[in-house]
Structure formats: C-alpha cells, structure tokens
Design a protein around this ligand. Structure first.
Ligand SMILES: [Zn+2]
Length: 268
C-alpha cells in the first residue's frame, strides 16, 4: 500500500488480522463505478470518483463499523459504446465477477455486505448479485445507487425540471463533481439536453425513477452524452447533496449492521 495503513481498508490488513475482525461484523462496502462518457464537460471517471469519495468519507467517519473493499472501476456500458473512451463489461461477466467478491466475503464469515453503486446501469446487475448472495450464503447483501439515498432532498432543492433534469452528467453529478474537484470540470462546455420521448409512464431521472423502465442506445436520446441540465450545477448544491449522502449512508450502515440474520425456515 502507498501511505499509512488505513483502519477501514479491507486489503490493508494481514489475513490473521482480517480473521480477528470477523466477530465484530463490520459492514463490508464494495464500491462499483464506471469509465464512461459524461458530456463535453466532465471526465470519464465521474461514477468512479463520486462513489469512491462517498464510500471513503463514510469509512473515515466510522472506521470501526465498516471495511471498505477496493473499487470495481468498470461497469455495464454496452449502450454507451458509441462514445469514445467508454469501457464496458458485459452483463454476465460483471454479475459473475461481483458475485465472486460477495461470496468470498461470505465464505470468510462476513455477514453484512453492501454494494455501493455509482452508475445506473450497474443496478439491475448488482441487485441480482445481492439476491444471489443471500440465496447462496449466510450473509445479508444489499445494494444502492447513491442519489437514491437523498431522493427527498433532491426533490426539495433541485432547480432543474422533473423529469429529466437529473439523469446523467446532469445538475446533480456536475454539482457534486464541482464540490469535490472543480478543477476537473469544464463548465464552459456544460450543456442542457433533455430529449427522450415524452410519456406519463417513462422518463429518465435519477431522483425518482419511472413506472416503466427502458434504457435506450444512449446516442438515440443524447448527442452530448448529457441527459439533464448541467448548466445550472453549482458547488453549493454539490456540497449540500454530498454531505447529505454521507450522513444518510452512515445512518443506513448502522441500521444494516444491527439487522439480525434470521434463521431460514423450510415449511415442507
Ligand atoms: Zn454518471
């Protein structure tokens, strides 16, 4: 490792030390992101940078209660491959890969596993992984995409239109990136682009998903890569949303750690 041993980093321990941590049952957090287009104004690392920052800041605040696994830096991106630079992992590979990680943790005795997602299209896959982990082990496994943790706050404080203003490389992601590292954001190139078909039942919005879901080839609904309004992003909104994400995730980690792993009952 570079630098000091970090108390919250899973892979900074030796194997005898990890074994000693099992009885304490920290929540094992696995961050997963992506390398993909995020408009003309943001680098390819948005999903990785934001979810890793969230997880690290949570782990720094409550190092006795969590173990942070290394970031999984690639996601399921087939529908983004028209944009230069995007790296995709096919869905069945990603599912098997993440499941191997969660089942390894369960094999070593960890019973609370949390997959922290920064990229929307990983969600159906990590949801399935969480379900399969529960079925195939004695652990509880849950997953989330970080904006869901602050959906109520986003609804109250967003300035962009609903639905559509907050979806991808949008008011939300741009604001949080500005707060964490404004030097990497080229705000002069930020655009507003909301151009998916209008429907009462189908839309794109990270703060509140639609009743009917469909994920299109990205270039059919976005020329820039943006879905949403990046032009009204600010550092101040970024700080508000980021801090709330940290606080809410700490709250959930504590609840999750206290969940009882109940006995399975076979009623045959
Ligand atoms: Zn993103």
């Amino acid at each position: 490792m570079r630098g000091p041993k970090l108390q919250y980093r899973y892979d900074h321990y030796t194997w005898p030390e990890i074994k000693e941590l099992v009885p304490r049952q920290p929540v094992c957090i696995i961050p997963i992101g992506s390398v993909e287009d995020h408009g003309y104004h943001l680098p390819l690392d948005v999903d990785n940078f934001l979810i890793e920052s969230v997880c690290e800041d949570v782990a720094r605040r409550i190092p006795d209660e969590v173990l942070l696994l290394p970031l999984i830096p690639y996601g399921f991106e087939d529908h983004h491959m028209s944009f230069p630079g995007t790296i995709t992992i096919r869905a069945e590979h990603l599912e098997a890969f993440v499941l191997d990680i969660t089942l390894s943790l369960a094999h070593h005795g960890f019973r609370k596993i949390l997959i922290a997602d920064g990229h929307g299209s990983n969600m159906p896959i990590v949801d399935l992984v969480a379900r399969k982990t529960i079925i195939q082990s004695d652990a509880l496994c849950a997953c989330f995409i970080w904006p869901s943790l602050i959906a109520g706050l986003i609804k109250e404080t967003r300035e962009s239109e609903f639905p559509g203003g907050i979806s991808h490389a949008c008011e939300l992601e741009t604001s949080v990136y500005l707060y964490l590292n404004e030097n990497a954001v080229q705000m002069d190139k930020a655009v507003k682009e909301i151009d998916f078909p209008k429907s009462k039942y189908y839309w794109h919005d990270l703060a509140a998903g639609p009743p009917v879901r469909m994920v299109e080839w990205w270039t059919r609904i976005s020329k820039s890569g943006v879905i949403g309004d990046a032009t009204i992003a600010t550092k101040e909104k970024g700080k508000l949303w980021y801090d709330a994400t940290i606080n809410n995730l700490i709250e959930f980690v504590r609840e999750f750690r206290a969940f009882e792993v109940r006995e399975k009952v076979d009623l045959h």
